[in-house]
Ligand binder design. Structure first.
Ligand SMILES: O=C(O)CCC(=O)C(=O)O
Length: 267
């Protein structure tokens, strides 16, 4: 692990840095750590991503920012009735070889502990999903992720390679809250009328980002050009043994773990 993380820049045990990162995560819902990985690690992860990319499963979806189908009980033009298209290719955790540097990073207890403290949590577990625990998300020419809120309190991502053009991570920071959906503001961002509410998070290769997408609406702009955008998504949960549903596995990975059989589709 020491050869992957830039330890001159980031001391994973330094209390005062961790306090700063936690403050940024709590206050802004996002904490961006540029240059978290060394240049050599970024090169190694790019090469690994090039090797793994042919194994990826491609999926395309159309959904509202709430990751739900259109709700026609709302008036026309309402965010609950606005949908956008997304497409991405994903390499699942079980497809990373045992000597994969990305797997080594994800399975490092030092990184788990660092992430836990930056999120201000007492306990944190790696995700138990044999596919979803670690993903390589690949976006190619014409791909994008539409505006959406996440259904989880945090996502940990690592930027590996940017696309030639586009592929920006745009963020309408904390646009809704637990008490107010702020539909009017959300609608304005969706219509492109509030560029002042949107900022591009600087996802340069080697950046680690801690992000709470439950309250911040975000998207990845359309990719242009032959160079694919590579981002690693590292999944954790405060509960042990958390897994995703078979429905989600089928749509994101196009398969189920060996031995699984489709009972009820949401089992
Ligand atoms: O690829 C990214 O940078 C963001 C991914 C994202 O927003 C998501 O998977 O929900």
């Amino acid at each position: 692990m020491d050869d992957l993380i830039d330890s001159d820049r980031y001391d994973l045990r330094d209390e005062s840095s961790i306090r700063r990162f936690l403050e940024s995560f709590r206050h802004d819902g996002v904490c961006v750590l540029p240059g978290f990985l060394t240049d050599e690690a970024v090169d190694a992860l790019c090469r690994e991503s090039d090797r793994l990319a042919p194994l990826a499963h491609r999926s395309s979806t159309t959904a509202s920012p709430y990751l739900a189908p259109v709700d026609e009980s709302y008036p026309e033009g309402h965010p609950r009735r606005t949908v956008s298209a997304s497409s991405v290719e994903v390499v699942a955790y079980d497809q990373f070889p045992t000597d994969s540097p990305l797997r080594r990073l994800y399975e490092s207890d030092d990184l788990l502990d660092f992430v836990r403290r930056c999120l201000g949590l007492d306990v944190l577990h790696r995700y138990a999903d044999p596919f979803g625990a670690l993903n390589l998300a690949i976006m190619r020419d014409g791909d994008r992720l539409g505006w959406h809120f996440d259904m989880t309190d945090f996502v940990v991502s690592i930027a590996i390679q940017t696309s030639d053009v586009g592929g920006d991570f745009e963020n309408a920071k904390q646009i809704r809250s637990v008490t107010d959906e702020h539909y009017a503001d959300v609608a304005e961002v969706l219509n492109g009328r509030r560029p002042d509410r949107v900022r591009t998070e600087p996802m340069t290769p080697g950046t680690l980002m801690l992000f709470n997408g439950r309250w911040s609406m975000h998207r990845v702009t359309e990719i242009h050009g032959p160079r694919p955008r590579y981002v690693a998504l590292l999944a954790y949960d405060t509960e042990p043994g958390t897994d995703s549903s078979e429905t989600l596995k089928l749509s994101r990975y196009g398969r189920l773990p060996a031995g699984a059989h489709t009972r009820g589709i949401d089992s």
